[in-house]
Design a protein around this ligand. Sequence first.
Ligand code: 4NP
Length: 160
Amino acid sequence: MPRDTAPNSVLFVCLGNICRSPTAEVVFRKFAKNAGLTLRIDSAGTGAWHQGEPPDPRAQATGERRSYSFAGQTARKIEKLDFGTFDLILAMDSTNLRDLKMSCPQAYRQKLKLFLSYGHADKTAGLTEVPDPYHGELNGFDHALDLLEIASAGLIASLT
Ligand code: 4NP
């Protein structure tokens, strides 16, 4: 598991910014609060199709069943400025990571990682990516949430 020198800000990134990354944002926000960490936490998509929309109702319903709040979240596309602003930029899958690498200035490339690189392989059943639940079954949202909680715990452990 990677160790980091006290980042102050974390940006979670998926494709649409309506399912995985807004969920990662609310999960990690809660984990950070519980750990007493003050961090800037945000999320964005590599695509702009859902810009301005709230998180997918299925993602919200799944998260709310575990007491996460999505209040006030709206989707946005990642911007060039984000690469300089955020200390850690965590992608949900390898396609997101590839797309980020294509638009990220070389000087900031070391900020880009897969979020599940903070998960223990034995807890994630060897998965290194958070599967996209958007086109799949409803239980895909619970599975994504399980993985996001595991990776959040790992990221907190790397920071404390
Ligand atoms: P996300 O899920 O990347 O986890 O927000 C998706 C949301 C929308 C689409 C694909 C994935 N879409 O094709 O519109």
